[in-house]
Write a protein that binds this ligand. Structure first.
Ligand code: LLP
Length: 424
């Protein structure tokens, strides 16, 4: 994973592209999210290269990070957008994603959101229940339109991800039970105000093996075949997102503590290639919806060490970022690699890296071996480009962090740090 396109050490300094982060934080203060333009572009190009030769559309799942500058970058790489709310749809259109490259998912779309999608003639609504389908049908009929629909299938597959982000088991709220899809599809085909042309599946997020994707593909491909036999051929299949990314050893240096977490995560290219032949056999357009895999390792959250303290048998490093900036460790017990922005050679110690928020769950790492840190130095929390800022809040009266884009040795603020006036 170590490459010079995102974050890497040279000598003592952690760089983002050609910019030493120690300089960047002096200029922009902390906590700050830092993104590598080249890394985001590289991931977009990887997807496009892998799908080249197949009629396809990769729709970036903008819930992962919806900064409009990053969206522009991704749009310019030729990707479309996957949206899950009227707000995301509004932003995607405003950024200039062509409507015919936008798909809309979600179990709870309001009427106004469906109407907005119809009025803007987006590519497809990923419909998740029979009631939603009937609602879309009525709303489209009222407008004298034909609504483009993909049915989201719940394939009942174990994706092995954190229970909060597994979406394809039958006890999850997502999608239509695979055993009901054919009947609902047939009903949809009988409605003049619906153009039911595709199937959609999304089994979870940070899925770390290839097998669950193959199992989902088997379900979709066999459903597609049986629909075809009944005279209902598909125009498109959407295989969703959820491709896992590495969180451990994202940057390496012999002066860093050795981690115990050595799982090998497939590359984005490997994920897509593992299922492409299956979907391709259907002879229709293939869509996917990568979110995390485009932006997670293109970003880091930089924080400053405020204090060190020891109580009982625990050592704490208190930093100026908290769970309001990056909630993933608190919410999913997620592991994010943490490295000093200036490394040097020093002893290691085992610490809890905690934020300033009034909750014991406010931490970035528990009992983590790290180079011994000192007040005033900066730490980088890696793999924070996805579900970082997007999931941040003002909890405890904390203005949300700034976001900075790095392009080689140039930096630009792509979202201003909020101020206390924004809280009132
Ligand atoms: N498509 C649909 C329908 C989705 O629900 C999602 C993510 C994606 C695509 C993109 O999945 P990705 O490629 O990013 O894994 N907050 C959690 C992740 C929630 C994912 C929700 N759905 C986290 O921080 O791990």
């Amino acid at each position: 994973m170590m490459s010079k396109e995102a974050f890497w050490f040279e000598g003592d300094d952690l760089y983002c592209e050609l910019t030493p982060l120690a300089e960047l934080v002096e200029k922009y203060d902390t906590p700050v999210f830092v993104y590598s333009k080249a890394a985001i572009q590289a991931r977009c190009r990887e997807v496009e290269r892998t799908l080249d030769g197949v009629p396809h559309l990769a729709c970036y799942a903008m819930k992962a990070n919806s900064n409009s500058n990053l969206l522009q970058l991704i749009r310019d790489e030729g990707l479309g957008a996957e949206v899950v709310s009227g707000g995301e749809l509004y932003c995607a259109l405003k950024v200039g994603f062509p409507p015919e490259r936008i798909v809309f998912s979600g179990v709870g779309k309001r009427d106004e959101e469906i109407e907005l999608a119809l009025e803007n003639r987006i590519l497809a609504l990923n419909v998740e229940s029979f009631e939603e389908l009937k609602t879309v049908s009525e709303l489209a009929a009222r407008k004298g339109m034909k609504a483009p629909i993909y049915l989201r299938v719940n394939p009942d597959i174990e994706a092995g991800a954190h229970p909060f982000i597994v979406t394809g088991r039958k006890y999850n709220k997502f999608g239509i039970d695979k055993n009901q899809v054919a009947e609902i599809f047939r009903w949809a085909r009988s409605r003049p105000s619906i153009d039911c042309v595709g199937l959609h599946v999304h089994i979870g997020s940070q899925v770390v093996g290839l097998e669950p994707f193959r199992a989902a593909a088997d379900v979709i491909v066999s459903l597609a075949h049986s629909l075809k036999k009944s005279g209902m051929a598909l125009e498109a299949v959407n295989l969703g997102g959820g491709f896992g990314v590495p969180f451990a050893d994202v940057v390496s240096d012999k002066r860093l503590p050795v981690t115990q977490r050595q799982e090998r995560i497939p590359t984005l290219d490997e994920y897509l290639r593992s299922v492409l032949p299956l979907y391709r056999s259907l002879g229709c357009m293939v869509l996917c919806e990568p979110g995390r895999s485009i932006v997670a390792n293109s970003g880091a959250l930089i924080v400053r060490v405020l204090y060190r303290k020891e109580t009982g048998n625990r050592k704490f490093v208190v930093v100026d970022g908290g769970m309001n900036d990056l909630i993933r460790p608190s919410l999913y017990n997620a592991y994010h690699q943490i490295v000093p922005v200036r490394l040097g050679s020093r002893e290691h110690e085992t610490v809890d890296v905690v934020g300033p928020i009034c909750e014991s769950g406010d931490y970035f790492a528990l009992e983590r071996p790290l180079p011994k840190s000192v007040r005033g130095e900066y730490l980088a929390i890696l793999s924070a480009g996805a579900y970082g800022f997007a999931f941040s809040s003002n909890y405890n009266g904390r203005p949300r962090a700034a976001e900075v884009l790095v392009d080689k040795s140039e930096t630009s603020v792509i979202r201003m740090r909020e101020t206390v006036e924004d809280l009132y």
